[in-house]
Ligand binder design. Structure first.
Ligand SMILES: *Cc1c(COP(=O)(O)O)cnc(C)c1O
Length: 413
């Protein structure tokens, strides 16, 4: 199954999902990208260069941490955390941007562009561009620029140009449109660094290819540490890149149950969530590809909500939609409230501050592992660290003194 998804010359459809729904003008450059990717992946030096860069620049292989305290509290099932939070820039996003950056350098292009909502992908892309000596422009809705000041600051310090987009609702989807417009004019020397396993072919495959390093490492580490594979794996699902990367390492081990956890927001009933596969998403075409979107009957995209900005997205990887149809991956949703409780529990019992996104996987696991046997093993992917979420977490934990203190600090700085 893994071979099918990552197969060279892949047609770009995963079951009925995926495809390339872009203006004619972009077809040639996507073909060029596909050809460069096919050539790079056949070259063993390329994967070697990629893993060397991540080893020496981003702490790979990231460790696998046994959660003995939490395991005891949960009745004995053995819990393990894959520590993507220990990467450079604090999340798995660096795996993808470094991979694409090295590919861009091979292609001889000199400039990268990206869009970003919460700003995490923007920071990762700016980091990569600085490291590899590429010019970098980041498109960001002007509303998000206001909401994510610290990330805008770092992108600029890293040498990127941040362009606030004021069209439409001035958020992520408008930034995506603006970024595509830039690409249509500049594609001869510019690469669009897509941040997750979504968008037109070959992006889902390209991103999955780089992120599979999470699953490949985890499989080896579980075997080395425990002598066998986990019985179940949890990963959070925004666009789907960390989940796909983790799951690909275990796709051909049918005894390992794979669970994707989406943003349940304020609960699946009221519509304030981002659960496309576990909730009420339906099949549609938008942003260059076909998948499950949160949309109304007329195909208008709905407002999504999550306490975790990185999961707050209308679409989902076509690879995951397909794996759901096949029954290979099960999908669940964790609410904002469950995530805050899980975050607190992980901090207090293990001394680990997870990102709000990643903590969805922890919350999904904590809800279910009570029913498992003490001889069973569960692996959770901690996609990122929570430092960036300090305002949101302090607010959610209703620590008013800290919220005011931090706001004053930022206002004064
Ligand atoms: C961006 C982000 C996500 C969501 O993206 P995926 O493509 O679904 O992995 C999850 N966790 C963290 C920490 C992130 O920064």
């Amino acid at each position: 199954m893994l071979d099918q998804i990552l197969a060279p010359g892949h047609p770009g459809y995963y079951g009925p999902y995926g495809g390339t729904f872009v203006p004619e003008v972009l077809h040639a450059t996507l073909e060029e990208l596909k050809a460069a990717f096919e050539q790079a992946r056949r070259d063993p030096d390329f994967w070697e260069e990629y893993t060397r860069e991540l080893r020496t620049y981003s702490c790979r292989p990231t460790p696998l941490t046994p959660l003995d305290n939490l395991s005891r509290a949960k009745g004995g099932v053995r819990l393990f955390l894959k520590r993507e939070d220990l990467n450079q820039t604090g999340a798995h996003k660096i795996n993808n941007v470094m991979g694409q950056g090295l590919l861009v350098r091979r292609m001889g292009k000199k400039r990268v562009i990206a869009e970003t909502g919460a700003g995490q992908h923007g920071v990762a892309t700016a980091t990569m561009a600085a490291r590899l000596g590429l010019e970098c422009t980041i498109y960001m809705g002007s509303v998000d620029v206001e909401r994510q000041r610290p990330n805008v600051f770092w992108m600029e310090q890293l040498g990127a140009r941040v362009v606030p987009v004021t069209e439409g609702s001035a958020t992520l989807k408008d930034a995506i449109n603006e970024c595509l417009r830039d690409w249509a004019y500049t594609m001869d020397h510019t690469h669009y660094v897509l941040g997750t396993a979504c968008g037109p072919h070959p992006f889902p495959q390209l991103v999955a290819y780089f992120q599979q390093i999470i699953g490949v490492e985890s499989r080896e580490q579980m075997l080395a540490l425990t002598g066998r594979l986990p019985d179940r794996i949890y990963a959070c699902v925004g666009g789907g890149s960390n989940a796909t990367g983790m799951f690909l390492g275990f796709l051909d081990d049918p005894q390992v149950e794979l669970v994707g956890v989406e943003a349940g927001g304020r609960g699946l009933e009221g519509g304030h969530h981002a659960a496309r596969l576990a909730g009420d998403g339906s099949v549609g075409v938008a942003q260059g590809y076909k998948t499950f979107f949160l949309q109304d009957e007329e195909g208008q995209m709905r407002e999504t909500h999550s306490v975790a900005a990185g999961l707050d997205y209308i679409g989902v990887s076509p690879i995951l939609a397909h794996l759901r149809d096949l029954g290979r991956v099960r999908f669940a949703a964790a609410t904002d409230e469950e995530v805050i409780a899980a975050l607190r529990q992980l901090m207090r019992t293990e001394g680990i501050i997870g990102a709000l996104e990643s903590t969805h996987a922890v919350a999904g696991a904590l809800r279910e592992v009570g029913q498992m046997r003490p001889d069973q093993q569960v692996l959770i992917n901690l996609s990122g660290r929570g430092d960036k979420d300090i305002f949101t977490i302090a607010t959610a934990l209703q620590d008013r003194n800290w919220v005011q203190f931090l706001k004053d600090k930022v206002a004064k700085s």
